[in-house]
Design a binder for this molecule. Structure first.
Ligand code: HEC
Length: 158
């Protein structure tokens, strides 16, 4: 009897360890997601600066677009189930639960983002600065913004 109680205690302790590892994994997922989002914003800023003539160069702006397309190709992998703001109230994630309840809609957004990035890439390759700024505006509004307006919680600094 005593042995069984000890065993049950050990199993419960192991389950506790597993749960906390999972919580750590989720925190890491949220951090990677937020870092990746910030990376996208930094790339757009670089390209915008090039278009405004206040920094950067055309070749690097092209690489930044390639990187954006690489990221939009794997955006969905940043959103595994169980990582919403409701699932992780302590993790400071702004990912709304609607991402997973309206997943059929959510998953249509990254391909649209990729198309808008293709248009941006064309403008960068041509070196057409006015077209670049228009393409950034479109991407921000109809790509990034389309997702944020429905699927991201209001963020304190925005
Ligand atoms: C498919 C949906 C989706 C798309 C597309 C998307 N985002 Fe986000 N973004 C989110 C969500 C959800 C969050 C909140 C993530 C979190 O807190 O876990 C977020 C957060 C952010 C943040 C805040 C990061 C932080 O924690 O400080 C920035 C900046 C950002 N996105 C920029 C962009 C830019 C720029 C683009 C377009 C190139 C973009 N996002 C495209 C869904 C999206």
């Amino acid at each position: 009897m005593r042995k069984m109680i000890v065993l049950a205690g050990a199993l419960m302790a192991m389950a506790g360890v597993a749960a906390s590892v999972a919580a750590q994994d989720k925190a890491a997922i949220v951090k990677k997601r937020q870092d990746t989002m910030k990376q996208q914003a930094a790339n757009l800023k670089y390209i915008a600066n090039f278009a405004k003539g206040v920094g950067g160069d055309q070749a690097d702006a092209g690489y930044k677009v390639d990187e954006l397309q690489f990221i939009s190709g794997k955006l969905l992998s940043l959103f595994p189930p169980g990582t919403s703001s409701a699932d992780l109230p302590d993790a400071k994630t702004y990912a709304k639960p609607e991402i997973w309840t309206d997943y059929a809609e959510f998953k249509t957004i990254p391909p649209k983002v990729a198309d808008l990035e293709t248009a941006l890439g064309d403008a960068v390759r041509k070196g057409d600065k006015r077209a670049i700024l228009v393409a950034i505006g479109n991407l921000g509004k109809n790509g990034c913004g389309a997702c944020h307006s429905k699927f991201r919680e209001k963020m304190p600094q925005q």
